[in-house]
Design a protein around this ligand. Sequence first.
Ligand code: NAI
Length: 493
Amino acid sequence: TFDEVPGRYKVRSLALAEAGRHQIRLAEHEMPGLMALRAEYGPSQPLAGARIAGSLHMTVQTAVLIETLVDLGAEVRWASCNIFSTQDEAAAAIAVGRDGTPDAPAGVPVFAWKGESLEEYWDCTEQIMLWPTEDGGVQGPNMILDDGGDATMLVHLGVEYEAAGAVPADTAEGDLDHSHEMNVVRAVLRRSLATDPQRWTRIAPAILGVTEETTTGVHRLYHLAEKGELLFPAINVNDSVTKSKFDNKYGIRHSLPDGINRATDVLIGGKVAFVAGYGDVGKGAAEAFRGQGARVIVSEVDPICALQAAMDGFQVARIEDVLDEADFFITTTGNFGVITADHMAAMKDKAIVGNIGHFDNEIDMAGLARIPGITRTEIKPQVHEWTFPDGRSIIVLSEGRLLNLGNATGHPSFVMSNSFTNQVIGQIELYTKAGGPDAYATDVFRLPKVLDEKVARLHLDALGVRLTELSPAQADYLGVKVEGPYKPEHYRY
Ligand code: NAI
């Protein structure tokens, strides 16, 4: 069952709003960057007139982001960017709003609940694009805030299919290529083409830009830009230092064991953990396992990251060589087909398998389901035991979707404050500069380093950090300004 007013909100239950509001209040205390932006920009309302379509995990932390955007003047519509990642109490609190009650909701239009089907997921994504107008029609957003690129993709495909006058026929559904999901997207766009054949063609030119949260979404944006198909300017939030070197690493260091513990409560200490990928997420994952006393084995394709892992003291091996050794297998690559059905069939009895990269195609779940004689037992939602004909079994978390948000509640507030402060600054940059002399071109940009440093600065006091100040002579010696930026663009942190 749902609480729903079509076009206004669709959440699991508005009765959860009070619980959500308490958590949001506590999260605000842990999100000093967002609260500082409210204080700095609340009076000047830089986002007045912005209609932001947001597609990002509908958690408590995201609720603080949404209400910050509102406090800066924006109108917002929201959906989650994963079928399992919504915290229903946060969604309820957002729908009810700070001034509403469950009987008279007065919040932000939100379309999100934990455990959506893919069809429901894409319906929700479509909903954030359709803003009711006073004359009973609809208009699109003029900004997108995206995590993984699904909202951006919907607009781009809508425009492409409208130009062609038809949505292409469904493709045969393969396993790891998202073909099933793409057929679901096509169904949504077929419906929109039938009701309004110019919808996306009208919406797209009004979009002033997108700010993108994660590595996988950023890859998609650069890909569009390289092909010359990007339709509006984009800010790559992920590659702000205060995002990927914090959220992807320290956030994962916290939320990976959180997900594993809530799902299984299996002791990690003394076990062997295999982590595929040693990028920012992999580094956080490996460190978390080591912190719990596991022996960690890492795999990499990139010699630089493999060497880093080795120097950090981790064994670096190929998955096929450690299948009967590891108790945990976690993918962090953002790539597809990293754990195959054959791999899973050769794992140790009761091995725990999960993915923490953005999409679910890192693990071949369809191939697993096709193993003759295999059975699937639901231990609890988002925890499944797959038993092979010989009686051995493995435990798969969140059906191969990102387990920190599927089995737990994602990263904690303080680290998300860094990420989301970048998001809000990115929205302000794109929205306020559009149409002016400093407007961003139709390409992918990172925020200037001085803003990255500002995000970090906003989080120092809460941790009791006392920063050393350069003297003018020292600044001169280093060739930087006393107030920064302190590092050249190519510095890697
Ligand atoms: P990254 O690019 O820094 O790291 C990925 C690493 O995987 C790279 O070093 C790459 O060489 C390696 N890799 C690629 N294919 C591989 C293979 N077949 N075997 C072994 N290693 C392989 O990316 P980052 O920032 O670490 O993100 C990884 C994924 O996690 C992305 O999908 C990103 O969107 C997602 N993410 C998820 C979060 C969450 O809360 N669950 C938070 C942040 C990012």
